[in-house]
Write a protein that binds this ligand. Sequence first.
Ligand code: SF4
Ligand code: SF4
Length: 402
Amino acid sequence: MKKINRRDFLRSSVAGLGSFFVLPAVDQRSEEQKGDRRKGPRKFAYRTLGKTGIRLPVITMGVMNSDNPNLIRAALDAGMVHLDTAHGYMRGKNEEVIGGVIKERPRDSFVLATKVYLPRDESTGLYKEAATQDFFLSRLDISLKRLGLDHVDILYHHNVWKRESALYEPVLKAMEKAKKEGKARFLGITTHRNEPEVIHAAVDSKFYEVILTSYNFRQKHHAEMKQAIGTAAQAGLGIVGMKAIGGTHLVSKGKEKIDARAALKWVLQDPNVHTIIAGFTTFDELELDLSIMEAPSLTPGEKSHLQRMQLSAGLYCQGCGECLQSCPQKLPIPDLMRGYMYLYGYRNLGEAQDVVLSLTLPHQVCQDCGSCSVKCASGFDVSARIRDVVRLREVPPEYLSA
Ligand code: SF4
Ligand code: SF4
């Protein structure tokens, strides 16, 4: 059977979506071609990751969407220093590819972060019984083996959206043990939904040292985010931004495209964000990020562009949860929208499929409603997006090529 690549899948989407979106190509250039686009030393803006004391350039690499070792090498060679991955990315291949790159380098020449996710109830965000200390530590040991390391620099409690989960004792005990045993230098938490609640819980815990959070100009609650991030930074926590572009690679035909440079710079205008992990997949996107690291100030033109773009729906689900009560099937809609963003925003079929397969869904999804009763706060046609993304359930994982 022929492998299914991004274009095959996205072109076959329902309701004509394939022709609605503009898809940039994924860059698989070889080692010889990766090259240094600009000769001579480059001067980047740096910030300190809170009380960890780690100095990082303002943009670093979120490796989630790339299994191209040459791109990772190029990012490190250019001075990005920090690589962010997770136990589950690409079902472990992401950590293995990184392991192959970093084994060639001195341990103090890079800062490595990984994350462990635990089983939870999708509708409440609370942990299931299987979310034990042993579960967490066994995943960490597998990650260390894949990475070829005896310790990571930052170990994250992954994808939390409830205060109770942020403070869940078995996880805290596991993380504390990992740190005591020298398997992690610093402990962190990640959130991309209900973020202010999690950020405040992290501060109150006096346990976490780093927060990795969604933060972008399209968040309706970005003023609340700014305040929560300020509180955390004031308490000495390191703040790492993600989803800075919010899945904006794709735009409707005929509409103005969101400028990724402006979106990234918008996050960096907040001095309490110490670095952004950017999920670039091409050498051109890497070069764009390097140029922002040299000159992160927003121009007047970029500011007015962002004001115009703030109003368009795009692909970014706010995670507000307003849809949850109006779906009679109680579908985990924010998670499905996240999968949709991975699929169309990041062109990452594997991660999108992992999200879909991790959810408890009925056999027939969105087939029994005469019309969809969900009103999305961002104006998404939720039902069409769900029917589109759940098609990933039908694709055997081994047939998804990068
Ligand atoms: S069509 Fe709408 S209301 Fe019905 S299951 Fe799907 S999301 Fe829920
Ligand atoms: S209402 Fe829309 S934006 Fe809010 S969580 Fe649901 S899908 Fe996302």
